[in-house]
Design a protein around this ligand. Structure first.
Ligand code: CUA
Length: 433
């Protein structure tokens, strides 16, 4: 593992804690190993059969209460110490950090997508400022992935249909690898991302420079969805209650349930209550809410939860961010606009997880120089990657598979609008060799 015991500043406080625990267990184990092996060797030599000695009867020992008590009590204390120390570190790692920035992270075959509270999103790159805790809300779109930051000694599964959380304490600026640590299919080994911890000034400058996202922030999108899906018909924001509990301040509250138990309204509870409202009904309310399973995508549910979180003052968006975004001049130059949009789409649809933009070969052919390229097909024959070919290959990838590549790309027919399709192709045309 990279710089496991390197001297100097550690990447994160979790690094120090986990390493110290690991070192403690190793040293104690080493002590007992040397003690036991040392005595073994010592006794083997001391009581060996000596040349010419008369064979003597082995003494008949039936037990020794004191000795046996000692070797039961001491190892028990040692193991209990391992547990207690480990528990202390675990508890600290899992305890929510006040003031943490919420960032949604989605695992998908085979990339990581990050969504920031201001609506920005990125693929395989998580940028955070040093010195501020981050709360990652993890989920997966397909199979189980595992979010692993070796330099922080942290790992957490990303499970489809469920939210898990992980707190990061980025103490030191630098770039740290993020790996997927759960075997998730052919390109599991290439499922990598980078955690880029920036000095706060550099981070602020980068945010300013980074193009403002087209459209709404995550919470704003959630608000629009909550209105469109009719949630606000039954849930008031605050003041007088309608059919269901008020939305204002619901996030993070302890909720008493109809069956007498109580839960904390965290992301996982909200997700479950949107998709399976009858599972945990709040005491004093009728169980009449319909399920939104199937009508809201995982992204939509995430956006609504970001909205509910924002109502309770969580999911902070740094001050001034929104004004800045709205004040940003929009690039209305038609062609450039389409290319920019196509690039964003290629990122959000996950194309870049399998197709590189720099000529390197991942699961699929590289996007670099793809337009106009002559390719041999798996079915024999050749094709030129012109506009019609690209269009077909996005809509129905199985129609013409490039020789030497697996036939694993999903169909985008019906999932991508004609306008978006043209934007993606406009973007592909710009990736010349
Ligand atoms: Cu995702 Cu392995």
């Amino acid at each position: 593992m990279a710089n496991a015991y390197a001297l100097g500043e550690a990447a994160s406080r979790t690094t120090v804690q986990v390493d110290a625990l690991f070192l403690f267990i190793t040293l104690v184990s080493l002590f007992f190993f040397l003690l036991v092996e040392g005595l073994l060797i010592y006794f083997a030599i001391k009581y060996r059969r000596k040349k010419g000695a008369e064979p003597a009867a082995t003494p008949d020992i039936r037990g020794n209460l004191l000795l046996e008590s000692i070797w039961i009590v001491i190892p028990s204390l040692v193991v209990a110490a391992f547990f207690y120390y480990g528990y202390r570190v675990f508890r600290d790692i899992r305890t929510p950090s006040p003031g943490a920035t919420d960032i949604h992270a989605v695992g998908r075959q085979w990339l990581f997508e990050f969504r920031y509270p201001d609506g920005r999103s990125s693929i395989n790159e998580l940028r955070v400022p040093a010195g501020r805790p981050v709360k990652l809300i993890l989920t997966s779109d397909d199979v189980i992935h595992s979010f692993f930051v070796p330099d922080y000694r942290l790992k957490q599964d990303m499970v489809p249909g469920r939210y898990t959380t992980l707190y990061l304490h980025p103490d030191k600026a630098g770039t740290y690898p993020i790996l997927c640590a759960e075997y998730c299919g052919v390109s599991h080994s290439t499922m990598r991302a980078e955690l880029i911890v920036m000095e706060p000034d550099a981070y602020a400058a980068w945010r300013e420079k980074k193009e403002a996202p087209a459209g709404l922030s995550l919470a704003e999108r959630g608000k629009a969805l909550a209105e469109k899906s009719g949630c606000l018909g039954c849930h008031a924001l605050e003041g007088k209650e309608k059919f269901g509990p008020n939305f204002g301040k619901v996030f993070g509250r302890k909720v008493l349930l109809a069956d007498g138990t109580s839960v904390t309204a965290d992301e996982e509870y909200l997700r479950e209550s949107i998709l399976d409202p009858k599972a945990k009904v709040v005491k004093g309310y009728p169980a009449t809410m319909p399920t939104f399973k199937g009508s809201l995508s995982p992204e939509d549910v995430g956006a609504i939860i970001a909205y509910l979180t924002s109502l309770s003052g969580g999911g902070r968006e740094e001050k001034g961010e929104k004004e800045k975004r709205e004040g940003a001049p929009a690039n209305k130059d038609g062609e450039a606009e389409a290319v920019r949009k196509g690039k964003t789409l290629a990122e959000t649809y996950g194309c870049l997880g399998c197709h590189s933009a720099d000529g390197s070969v991942r699961v699929g052919p590289s996007f670099q120089g793809i337009y106009g390229r002559q390719t041999e097909l798996e079915s024999g024959g050749k094709a030129t990657a012109d506009e019609a070919y690209l269009r077909e290959s996005i809509n129905q990838p199985r129609a013409k598979v490039v020789k030497g590549f697996p036939n694993v790309m999903p169909e985008f027919k019906g999932k991508i609008s004609e306008e978006d399709l043209s934007a993606v192709i406009a973007y592909l045309k710009t990736l010349k060799r």
